[in-house]
Structures are given as C-alpha cells and as structure tokens.
Design a protein. Sequence first.
Length: 187
Amino acid sequence: MTDLDLLLGKAKEFHGDMCAGIVLGTRMTIAGMRELGMNPQEKNRDLIVYVEIDRCIADAIQAITGCSLGHRTLKYKPYGKFAATYVDLKNGTAVRVAVVEKKRTEKTGKDAMQDAVRILLETPESELLRIRRVNLVIPNGDMPGMPKHRARCSRCNEMIVDSKEIAHEGNVLCGNCAGVPYYTDLA
Ligand SMILES: [Zn+2]
Ligand SMILES: [Zn+2]
C-alpha cells in the first residue's frame, strides 16, 4: 500500500465514507506536512492546522494529523474556503494549501462522487493545490497548554478563558454578549 492509500484509509475510517473532500483533505495534508518537513505517518506535536471550512476536508486533516479542537491544535476559521494552513510551532513556518477551483466532473447523481474521487486522485498536485508560505502569528490565547487567563462576562456572568473576552465601553463581555449572538435566551 502506498502512503496515499494508507492515509486515505485513515481519513475514510474517521469520516465514515470516502468522498471528494476526504481525497482533497488527504492530499492537502500530505502537501502541507511535506512543505514543513513533517512525516504524515507520524504524529507531530509541533503541528497546528488552521482549517477554513467545516466540511469533509476537516475530518481528513484531523484523522491524519491527530490535530483536534480539544488539543487546541486544530483551529477553525469559518471562511467557507477549501483551504488550510499548516504551522510548525518549532520555527513558526506556515504553509497555506488551497484547492484550485475548477469544474472537474460533468457527471451528476450517484456516479458523480465516485467520478470526483477518481479525478481528484489522478489530478497532479500542481493542478489541484496552490501551496504558499504565509505569515501567521498564533495569539497567546490560542496556544496549546493550560489556560493562562480568565475573565468573567459582566452581562451573562459566565467565565471566559484564553483571553477571549471583549472590552466594550469599560465592561468585559463574552463573545455572545458582545457580538452577533448565535443563541438568545428564551423569554
Ligand atoms: Zn465526506
Ligand atoms: Zn456574556
């Protein structure tokens, strides 16, 4: 079995099925880790990945790298883009890998996914991915390790760790109280 087959298998098992996103996420991760001089077959404790979408590719990235939200090594940026940035904590090197947009299959329905998977496996990396070194500074509050900072929201009174509080007109607010809330209390 090749490296690609092995890593695809890992990603597929974690995700639950094989799909275009699993192929993309696997190939993105192979490229990103290679550019950082890391072996995707081994867990690398210095790797942090920013993923810009919460779709299938995120599962492939997590399955292969072992990076996760819980370990603070997988960061989610809700940009809705098929891209991820791979960061080596040792030296700060960051490589962003984005999928080159292109219509690759004309098929629809049941055959479309199988066809997409095959095409995405066959497409040369240079036509599939755009790979660039980027500047990236990980804020202190986003680093792995124990929380170093705590605060309390002056409106909902809930605790906030990791410097996520927002100063607003002399008050300290949590993200939900300060911004556009994703939930509201029932009346
Ligand atoms: Zn999928
Ligand atoms: Zn609050």
